[in-house]
Design a protein around this ligand. Structure first.
Ligand SMILES: Nc1nc2c(c(=O)[nH]1)N[C@H]1C(S)=C(S)[C@@H](COP(=O)(O)O)O[C@H]1N2
Ligand SMILES: [Mo]
Length: 201
């Protein structure tokens, strides 16, 4: 779109501003998984909200899908330097999931837990943005198993390792606790615009 100079419109970001430093654009969608892809049966699938909550919440697949549905289009930025624009996600907003539990005021951080054992930590305030979803659909199709189906986190403003595939729970924590890659040297926060790739930075 080249409507940036029409009166009353915000200038459109020049395309070079859309790509964070050190990234290059790809059309494909690489699969990046540590370990094997878990087999998940929707009949026994369960999502858990736990940690600093008044009462733990557990949802089965039908209950999860009965939650209010939202959509968002966002860019993926992987720490291995590929970016992919305009991913259309559909799922449930993090804030709508969080609203199911009475989260205690001491909660400052969240750990995403995945089938297969992967974890990743994100500060709670980063998860309150509209574009943060627990997504089941990508570009109109159920998310492939390899890409985290039936349900994955999408935290588009952070590097993509913060978007947990096969997510099975969220744990509210009083302080930061490193997830899987964060323990192995990835940056604790992971903002692509600040190039927070590794913890020695
Ligand atoms: N459960 C789980 N989630 C994960 C990973 C993983 O190995 N296991 N890899 C992370 C990393 S490093 C990236 S870059 C993205 C890759 O997602 P994709 O395979 O759909 O491209 O998922 C993230 N979420
Ligand atoms: Mo990654």
């Amino acid at each position: 779109m080249t409507t940036s100079n029409l009166p009353g419109r915000k200038p459109v970001r020049p395309p070079e501003d859309r790509l964070p430093p050190g990234q290059r654009l790809t059309d494909g969608w690489p699969v990046l998984t540590y370990g094997s892809t878990p087999r998940i049966d929707l009949a026994t699938w369960e999502f858990r909200i736990f940690g600093l909550v008044e009462e733990e919440v557990r949802l089965d697949w039908d209950e999860f899908n009965a939650l209010p549905q939202s959509e968002d289009t966002s860019d993926i930025h992987c720490v291995t330097t590929w970016s992919r624009y305009d991913n259309h996600w559909r799922g449930v907003r993090f804030t709508d999931v969080m609203a199911l539990a009475k989260v205690l005021p001491e909660a400052k951080e969240v750990m995403f837990h995945s089938y297969g054992g992967y974890t990743t930590n994100v500060p709670l305030d980063e998860l309150l943005h509209e574009g943060v979803l627990l997504a089941h659909t990508h570009d109109g199709q159920p998310i492939d198993r390899d890409h985290g189906g039936p349900l994955r986190g999408v935290v588009p403003q952070l590097y993509f390792w913060k978007s947990a595939k096969w997510v099975r729970g969220i744990e509210f924590l009083p302080e930061v606790r490193p997830g899987f890659w964060e323990m192995y040297g990835y940056h604790i926060h992971g903002d692509p615009w600040k190039e927070q790739r590794y913890s020695y930075q």
